[in-house]
Design a binder for this molecule. Sequence first.
Ligand code: SIN
Ligand code: FE2
Length: 208
Amino acid sequence: MLFDEYATEHLADGAVVLRGAAEPVATDLLREISSIIDQSPLRTVMTPMGKPMSVEMTNCGAVGWVSDSRGYRYEHLDPITGLPWPPMPARFSSLAGSLAEDAGYRGFRPDTCLINRYSTGSKMGLHQDSDERDLTQPIVSISLGLPINFKFGGTKRTDPTISVKLRHGDVVVFGGAARLAFHGVGLLHRGTHPLTKEFRFNLTYRVT
Ligand code: SIN
Ligand code: FE2
């Protein structure tokens, strides 16, 4: 284990919450995030149906997740800058690898990290993370800043969901039987966090 002891909560077969696991490095992560945003800015992306998403996004790593009228996919170049996405900081990848290992997944080497920024009223509907070719690898998701309700269900949209509050520093790892589980987050309520002010950041590490 990389840091101090923390509680592991079972979410579903293959999925856990590591409570506060990223809290000790939150300041470093936020500094890296701000440098990434300087190179590849946060942007509002459109769903393939032409609706703007309420969460602003950017990426780092060899590829980045994009969405527009042509669909959801990974791209090597940032469509705004025309340049490669900022490289994934070494700290990001080693952290994600050890968090995955703590959750029971060895050898996790993400090639992309999606950075989501939620502001008051942002939310994310139930969805599967299914744009990756390699579904043998888990997903590591770090929450920073304001709390939010996270919903986690089964592999069918109609499966029942459970709801857990994710707070600053909490980490969700889902893979195996839960890799294609439907998940989403409820509305971000107005608030202020000492490190992120009125925002919540989510870092989603994936192997594409
Ligand atoms: C996502 O599933 O893409 C984001 C989850 C989160 O913000 O916690
Ligand atoms: Fe997701």
